[in-house]
Write a protein that binds this ligand. Structure first.
Ligand code: AMP
Ligand code: TRP
Length: 343
């Protein structure tokens, strides 16, 4: 890992989170979850299920806890190992909300008003959105800095939120004359899966909120569903080209090539070298086979965890304890730095 924060002397620590707002899809897996699994072998890792972020838009209280278990099951099934990494639900660690409040008083309204994800999510209805949705990136900064995390594996769409986290950390350190108290967290975005696009429209990112289920591959899809969605994926009449330049203007083809690359470990050019000149009648079944080979074992393990909620709950409770143990001393220091009363 590169380390730009030369003056920060704390340990490297990885933090990331996903919202319990529906099934995870291939974009979540390749953009984030796969990186979690790789990082845990060499770094201290904290992986959160961000249920406090989820409730910035309406969530049915009857299913929120089970959605949280679903994401935990996906983490575990993908290979996050609770013996190596901490896995816990955000709402079980009270420090998130406390630090978010302090950061609300550090972040500037102008900074938040530039956040493009709020604009995308609220559209023309911004006046009717919750205050929480607007404030969402401040809570995200609190998530990361509650653990003094230095590295944050995320997809491309989180880049701006990470920049805001750095701005908040920097302003806190400056305002309270606490140089290098918080690290300036670095996003870990690079990699073949940083931006997986919809299977129906190569200009839109693959997303949980897209109405058409054929636009995405879910981690809960059966082998038949995966094959069918890939068969139906939008392409064009051409063949697989032999150079990257020829992918320009063919976003759906470029997306399938990069998905193949992310699964196989080949570069995009490597995929082209292998399939140049072939039609989609050959490429799509090959991609479907590869997708099924990698995703099916994950789906099966996920179903095992879902059938055993007690085991998942135990892992989450232990994770919450471990997370609290890291967070509490950091919060105590923050209170001290800010000058709050104590006995
Ligand atoms: P979310 O489901 O919004 O909580 O996202 C969880 C993680 O998946 C974040 O790190 C996102 O950046 C990442 N992610 C979501 N959609 C995509 C996508 N289409 N391509 C790559 N990464 C994604
Ligand atoms: N905002 C992220 C998303 O929608 C989820 C998230 C919340 C997160 N807190 C975080 C990601 C902290 C990384 C670090 O995908």
């Amino acid at each position: 890992m590169s380390n730009q924060q030369k003056q920060y002397s704390g340990p490297d620590r990885v933090f990331s989170g996903m919202q319990p707002t529906g099934d995870l899809h291939l974009g979540n897996y390749l953009g984030a979850l796969k990186k979690f699994v790789d990082l845990q072998h060499h770094h201290e890792c904290v992986f959160c299920i961000v249920d406090l972020h989820a409730v910035t838009v309406w969530q049915d209280p009857k299913i929120l806890a089970s959605q949280t278990r679903n994401i935990a099951a996906a983490y575990l099934a993908a290979g996050v190992d609770p013996a190596k990494a901490i896995i816990y639900p955000q709402s079980a660690v009270r420090g998130h909300t406390e630090l978010a409040w302090y950061f609300n008083c550090v972040a500037r309204i102008g900074w938040l008003s530039r956040m493009t994800q709020f604009k995308e999510k609220s559209g023309k209805n911004s006046e009717k959105m919750s205050v929480g949705l607007y404030d969402y990136p401040v809570l995200q900064a609190a998530d990361i800095l509650l653990f003094k995390a230095t590295h944050v594996p995320v997809g491309e769409d989180q880049k701006q939120h990470l920049e805001l986290s750095r701005d908040i950390a920097q302003k806190f350190n400056n305002d309270f004359k606490a140089p290098n108290f918080f690290p300036l967290p670095e996003p870990l975005i690079k990699g073949p899966g940083a931006r997986i696009m919809s299977l129906r429209d190569g200009t839109k990112k693959m997303s949980k909120s897209e109405p058409s289920d054929n636009s995405r591959i879910n981690l809960t899809d059966t082998a038949d569903m995966i094959a069918k969605k890939i068969r139906k994926a939008k392409t064009d009449a051409g063949a697989i080209p032999d150079s990257l330049e020829e992918l320009e203007g063919r976003p759906e083809v470029a997306n399938l090539v990069s998905i193949y690359g992310a699964f196989s470990g080949l570069s995009d050019q490597g995929v082209l070298d292998k399939y140049a000149g072939q039609g989609f009648g050959v490429f799509k079944p090959a991609l479907a086979d590869l997708a099924v080979e990698i995703l099916q074992p994950i789906t099966e393990r996920m179903n095992d965890y879902l059938a055993n909620p007690d085991e998942t709950d135990k892992i989450l409770a232990n994770g919450a304890d471990a997370a609290n143990q890291i967070a509490e001393p950091i919060l105590a220091e923050v209170r001290e730095i800010m000058g709050f009363w104590r006995k």
